[in-house]
Design a protein around this ligand. Structure first.
Ligand SMILES: [Zn+2]
Length: 383
């Protein structure tokens, strides 16, 4: 490791003109720390602005945050460790776009104080550019998978082919965010999560709990409804509040501690009842269009709500589940029950999307558990 140089400086967050006293530690990385401030900059990304010595002002590519210092040792060593220190920031990193976002997000922080976060989140979510949302989804996905205990992906070829064809058929011609993806992970919790950027994570127990392909497809269509309404992005903005917006300003969306909190929020926080009703209605319409049983979603919702009774969630969620089930059945209409979205053979293939667990030699005739039954149940009903 390179010899560490320590100096005092001032940090500017790129939003307000207020200086924050910080300590700068230059080793293999430049670490900036102060009250509520922690940044770990890669020397390769550090750029210096034109300033009059001894003052030096530096930042990293893609961020408006700046650090100023007057320490002569640091000023002398910095150019030896930051090869591009004097390289001009050009347009290749989308400076204009970032500035535009900074202004928007800066205003948003103000607006949050005036209007409150839920309304603001609803206003902003549709404006988040798709590439930013995709990046956010990728970061949250990593966090969520970690929090769930790294459940393995299930992608047995025959089952995967049925799933891919089903998704393509259901979403054909629908206005869904670009880059929509559906993956299955082996997990003992019957749930499906929609993350920003239309990343849908199906936990395998929901397939095990589904009695018909239409029950599973109905859940999937419900998640597509959340994706179409951009509910995940809205919920994340709402939960993480202005720190999310600030991380957009500072440009460290993926590296920040915000993402850790956001990952937890993605699992813990449900959507509003209105958002759930809207996703239910979306599901029924999509199932009807695809020739499936739109009412099947009601059956699987009721079954999962009953499962929750062991932990007391039953009493809490049941009245709303009953209301949702009734609304779903009314929307689906009387003819829904006769339809099947997949053939028996395709449904069998889809149910086998998770490979058999290795090393389970005893009890060959008993159904294999989908996953260890130690998954936390406290996260609440999240469908
Ligand atoms: Zn939902």
């Amino acid at each position: 490791m390179a010899q560490e140089i320590v100096a005092a400086g001032s940090y500017f967050d790129g939003v307000s003109a207020r200086p924050h006293p910080v300590t700068l530690r230059l080793g293999d990385r430049l670490v900036i720390s102060g009250a509520g401030i922690f940044h770990d900059w890669n020397p390769i990304d550090i750029r210096a602005s034109e300033t009059l010595p001894p003052l030096m002002r530096i930042g990293v590519v893609g961020s408006l945050a700046r650090v100023e210092f007057e320490d002569a040792t640091l000023a002398a060593v910095l150019p030896t460790r930051c090869p591009d220190l004097r390289k001009a920031e050009d347009g290749t990193h989308g400076t204009l776009r970032i500035v535009g976002w900074s202004v928007a997000a800066g205003l948003s922080v103000l607006a949050a104080a005036v209007y409150g976060m839920p309304l603001l989140a609803a206003l902003i979510a549709p404006l988040v550019p798709a590439p930013v949302e995709a990046k956010l989804g990728e970061a949250v996905d990593g966090q969520v998978v970690r929090i769930l205990g790294d459940p393995p992906l299930c992608a047995e070829p025959a089952g995967q082919a049925v799933l891919d064809a089903l998704v393509a058929r259901m979403t054909a011609g629908q206005a869904l965010p670009p880059g929509l993806s559906v993956v299955v992970r082996r997990h003992a919790k019957a749930n499906a999560l929609t993350l920003p950027g239309a990343r849908i994570v199906v936990l395998s127990d929901i397939i095990a709990k589904a009695r018909t392909p239409d029950e599973f497809a109905g859940v999937l269509a419900h998640e597509f409804g959340h994706a179409a309404a951009r509910d995940p992005t809205r919920a994340l903005i709402q939960t993480s509040g202005s720190s999310f917006l600030l991380s957009l300003v500072l440009g460290d969306l993926t590296g920040s501690t915000v993402i850790v909190a956001v990952g937890q929020a993605a699992l813990a926080a449900g959507y509003s009842r209105d958002a759930e009703r809207a996703a239910d209605a979306y599901s029924v319409a999509m199932m009807n269009r695809a020739g499936g049983d739109g009412a099947a979603l009601a059956s699987i919702l009721e079954r999962i709500a009953k499962d929750g009774s062991e932990t007391g969630a039953f009493l809490r969620s049941h009245p709303f589940t009953r209301e949702r089930a009734a609304a779903i059945r009314a929307l689906a209409g009387p003819d829904a029950a006769g339809r099947r979205i997949l053939s028996d053979a395709d449904w069998t293939a889809l149910r086998g999307i998770c490979p058999p667990l290795p090393g389970k030699d005893k009890g060959k005739d008993k159904p294999k558990p989908e996953a260890p039954e130690d998954a936390p149940r406290s996260e609440g009903e999240r469908l």
